[in-house]
Design a protein around this ligand. Sequence first.
Ligand code: ADP
Length: 455
Amino acid sequence: MILAPIQDLLQSPLKLDDKIASLLMTARDNSLRLLKLVNDILEVIKLEEGKSNLALVYIEMNAFIAGTINSMVHMMESRNIRLVKELDDEPLIIQADTYAMERIFLNLLSNAIKFTPEGGSITVRSSSNIKEAIIEVIDTGIGINQQDLPLIFDRFHQADGSSTRKYQGTGLGLALVKDLTEKMGGNISVYSKPGIGTTMRVVFPLSREKHAEEEIQQMPTEGDLLEVIHRSAEHSAALPIDTPFEKGEADLPPGDGPLLLVVDDEPDMRQYLVSTLGDDYRIVQARNGKQGLELARKYLPELMILDFMLPEMDGLEVCKLLKENQGTRQIKIMLLTARTDEETKITALANGADDFLTKPFSKVEVQSRLHNLLQTFNLERNLTKQNQELDKALNELKQTQVRLIQSEKLNSLGTLTAGLMHEINNPLNFTLTALKVAQRDPSIQGDEELQDLFN
Ligand code: ADP
């Protein structure tokens, strides 16, 4: 009831606005991912409780695999991954459940596509010995570390579970593949070398009976709408999250509105944020931590939405580096997290995050939180400006004070000199007057020598 209406809307003859169509496609792809997740979890539980009902029929594996691969070819092409089919000439007839078998190969192929960089190749090879059909999916991808090999078939195990993981997934796929394979009498093994590639090998017992043509199922059945939707959900695992960047996404948009840097590796999430916030902010996008850090330093945005788990460098590290630096400290950072546990929050705060947004979030929530952050940013900016002005005024005051003190010093020197002069002049005056009176005395006037002295 979610996917079918969305699909109807997308296929309707009405000409949809580009923005709306792209939002609908985001909703569709993510509903498919959700459906796959729910399906995987249900299947795991059913298998665990022994309630998985497999409907066994006879399948010719070469044709069946070719049919399954066909549905994935466009994904390989879009990632520039070469497909090599090396299928056995002999028919390989085994007894299996078609739905389970399709799931096994869709999972193996999705992983091969997901973990193989552009330009690599995937080989699907089938062969047989007297008793068994052997099918291998061989990729030239990133490979798996020796210590992870025994664990990858465990539920929820991911070789790279770090916060800088580049790939989506839950770690359920291979657990399910193993359970289903074994339930149909087969087994799975893995060979892998980091940097060289991975080979997944599944082996099923061959049927010993002779079969009439009509008894054998060659292809996965097309099925009804619901089956088609479920199949699309299986494909969704290989939908790349690191799609090539649209041109200009990392460029500075023109204008002078507040600038928001969105750092998220999921194009869907970036697209959603752009369509939700594009009217209020100029938006620049980055798709990994390193690029986010570079763009933040380059453009100095007011606001930043930073995903927690990012390839190359995780959100916490980016946050810490920006907050440690005088030049970028003022950027308001909102960390986007899928986790709400106390520890994550405390670590994020300790690394300087200004706010959190826990996925899933509503449009109103992200808008109002950003609005608040922007207001704080502006207030702080005004404060800083006022502080600078205050500093300047204080400096000027200090200089005036220095000048005042100097002139005061000169003034007091003047007063001192005047006082001294007064002190000197007074006795001098008295002395001169006394001498003048004495000079007029007749006894002195008669003596020439004394007169000379008085003069
Ligand atoms: P996920 O949902 O993470 O893909 P899976 O159970 O399918 O879960 O795989 C478990 C882990 O095994 C993956 O996270 C990955 O680390 C590793 N893995 C599986 N297939 C491959 C492959 N073809 N190349 C490299 N690593 C792989």
